[in-house]
Design a protein around this ligand. Structure first.
Ligand code: G6P
Length: 608
């Protein structure tokens, strides 16, 4: 994980590096640091905590110099202290690192045996120490020392280094973690993504796996793994330079929850012809009629979107689907078939586990598709087909609008699959699309429950554990509800299939354990309500989410309820996502936790 930025500028670069880091804070925010070369001398400033802490340090002790690197950290090896913050440095070189160096322990021991003195507990520090070793003991030039050092390191990482005595030099490497080089006018830039560089330039060259590059103000020389000079294309990035604002909301998460009617409508418009009410998929999409199997994989919230879509692919397209979390998929012997397809879902498009699962499926000859929010991301670039969502930048670490937009894209793909496989008739398609077109309005209605959800959240905030239950398409949503709550309120929560409650978790039920019951008025409603009665009979507190009719039919004795607009049964998770998100949000604001940047998490998880 972690965010990297580097600038070879005309004036002092530290303020621009800080501005770039602000755009990379989604990658981690445990600590941050900046290093520069000024009149040949390396210097650095580092601070534990959010970027604002580093800004305060730099206000007191500014850092000059036209050549610099910066870093925002998500701790892997070593606590988020100042000593462990990047850049890590020797007198000769200063380095920022993203990823994990798997063989750092043996390298560290070897360097210590040769007299090196380490100051941090990080894996990253072996990099400047190794480079220094090659600079000093073998008299290597900086590029040679850097290349020798990366050849010794195993793992998935990205590095950037600046050197004492070298005002016009920055060297970087990509092996597993993305890096983008930005071309300016007599200036050069480096960033973990094009978004970080958007305020400076839109002319971007992406490094390929295994590439390393020597950057000077006049341009860049890129080398492949074997040291051969290679050409990588310069592209024009569409990343916007604008800073995403909260638009009057207290938190990005609140803003993003409220944006859903609009962004869901945008996403629908990418896939639906509103006149004929039929689906149009991007060119080159799967040949669904020939497809005999679909493997879906993702992490976190995107994984739950995938699980919900399994119900759609099976119902509408009778397509065998399996869904697994990306960090596990590779460890199985998945029986991939020659006519199989693999679909990966990712908001950021940079999640390391998802990318690794994608590469694994590709190695088995699967056609690769991705439902993605960031079109220039690594996952998008490595896929055969992209299904974009139109969520716009999602800043809050807990995913909200990306989730509902992913569901929309997945529903459209499943409907198209159903038509191609002859399971859905044109009339069926028109009916489901008609229901889908109503979801933005239903989302707006669902948002009106905000006030009552906020009141309920005052009680939920007192709980230490919470269960979420649902059946059918509401089951993965129950797990998403639990994930949302634990991510931002730090309350322990679990999502269960409603029918599974009696096979174990019911033992937990007492008057202190609220159970959120997700029960749209669908074919499973009565059974879910029976499960709710079973827990209420044991003194449990039920929070029922259903439509007006559902709430009327559910009987008495319910602790509290949230009314949701009546929706199409299969598409219900898109609308029920809103109260799920609001409940987590208001519980967190009641507890006073950091909603947008919850502890220990990061928005884009680029380590496995
Ligand atoms: C992190 C975030 C989650 C997100 C997951 C997958 O864990 O905290 O909110 O769902 O990564 O991210 P992706 O960008 O691949 O959708």
């Amino acid at each position: 994980m972690c965010g990297i930025i580097g600038i070879l500028g005309k004036n002092d670069v530290a303020p621009s590096i800080l501005a770039g880091l602000k755009r990379l804070e989604y990658r981690g925010y445990d600590s941050a640091g900046v290093a520069t070369v000024m009149t040949g001398q390396l210097d650095r400033r580092r601070a534990p905590g959010k970027l604002s802490a580093l800004e305060a340090v730099m206000e007191e002790r500014p850092l000059g110099g036209p050549t610099g690197i910066g870093h925002t950290r998500w701790a892997t090896h070593g606590a988020p202290t100042k000593t462990n913050a990047h850049p890590h440095a020797t007198e000769r070189v200063s380095v920022v690192h993203n990823g994990i160096i798997e063989n750092f322990a043996e390298l560290r021991q070897e360097l210590i045996d040769n007299g090196a003195v380490f100051e941090s507990e990080t894996d990253a520090e072996v990099c400047p120490q190794l480079i220094t070793h090659y600079l000093e003991t073998q008299n290597c030039a900086p590029a040679e020392a850097f290349h020798n050092a990366i050849k010794r390191m195993r793992g998935a990482f990205a590095f950037a280094a600046i050197f004492s005595g070298e005002d016009d030099l920055m060297i970087c490497a990509r092996k597993g973690s993305p890096l983008a080089i930005g071309h300016g006018d007599g200036e050069m830039y480096l960033g973990s993504d094009a978004y970080a560089l958007a305020p400076f330039t839109n002319r971007i060259t992406y490094l390929d796996e295994g590439d390393w590059a020597v950057i000077r103000r006049a341009g860049v020389d890129i080398f492949d793994n074997g040291g051969k000079k290679v050409l990588r294309p310069e592209t024009i990035s569409s990343a916007s330079a604008g800073i995403v604002e909260k638009d009057g909301h207290r938190h990005f998460m609140a803003k993003e929850i409220h944006e859903q009617p609009e962004v869901v409508a945008h996403t629908i418009s990418r896939y639906v012809d509103p006149v004929s009410k039929t689906i149009k998929l991007p060119d080159g999409a799967f040949d669904f009629a020939a497809l005999d199997r679909l493997t879906i994989s993702a992490c976190g919230t995107a994984f739950y979107a995938g699980q919900i879509s399994k119900y759609w692919f099976e119902r509408w397209a009778k397509l065998p689907v399996e869904v697994d979390i990306a960090s596990e998929l590779r460890y199985r012997d998945v029986p991939y078939t020659p006519n199989g397809g693999a679909l990966f879902i990712s908001q950021s498009g940079e999640t390391a586990d998802t990318l690794a699962a994608l590469r694994d499926a590709k190695s088995y000859g699967q056609k690769i598709a991705a439902v993605i929010n960031v079109p220039e991301s690594s996952i998008a670039r490595e896929s055969d087909i992209i299904f974009p969502i139109a969520a716009g930048p999602e800043v809050g670490v807990a995913s909200t609008k990306a989730f509902t937009c992913q569901l929309v894209a997945l529903a459209c793909i499943a409907i198209a699959a159903g038509r191609a496989r002859g399971i859905l008739t044109l009339q069926d398609e028109i009916e489901i699309v008609g229901a889908l077109l109503e979801t933005p309005r239903k989302l707006s209605e669902a948002l009106k429950a905000s006030g009552s959800i906020e009141k309920i959240a005052h009680d939920i905030a007192k709980a230490e554990d919470i269960l979420y239950i649902g059946r059918g398409v509401s089951y993965p949503l129950a797990m998403e509800g639990a994930l949302k709550l634990k991510e931002i309120s730090y309350i322990h929560a679990e999502g269960y299939a409603a029918g599974e409650l009696k096979h174990g978790p019911i033992a937990l039920i007492d008057e202190n354990l609220p159970v959120v019951v997700i029960a749209p008025l669908d074919a499973h409603f009565e059974k879910t309500v029976s499960n709710m009665q079973e827990l209420m009979a044991r003194g449990g507190k039920a929070l029922l989410m259903s439509c007006k009719k559902g709430l009327q039919q559910a009987g008495d004795g319910i602790w509290t309820s949230i009314e949701i607009p009546e929706t199409d049964n299969m598409l219900a998770p898109i609308v029920y996502a809103v109260p799920i998100q609001l409940l987590a949000y208001f519980t967190a604001t009641t507890k006073g936790t950091d909603v947008d940047q919850p502890r220990n998490l990061a928005k884009s998880v680029t380590v496995e």
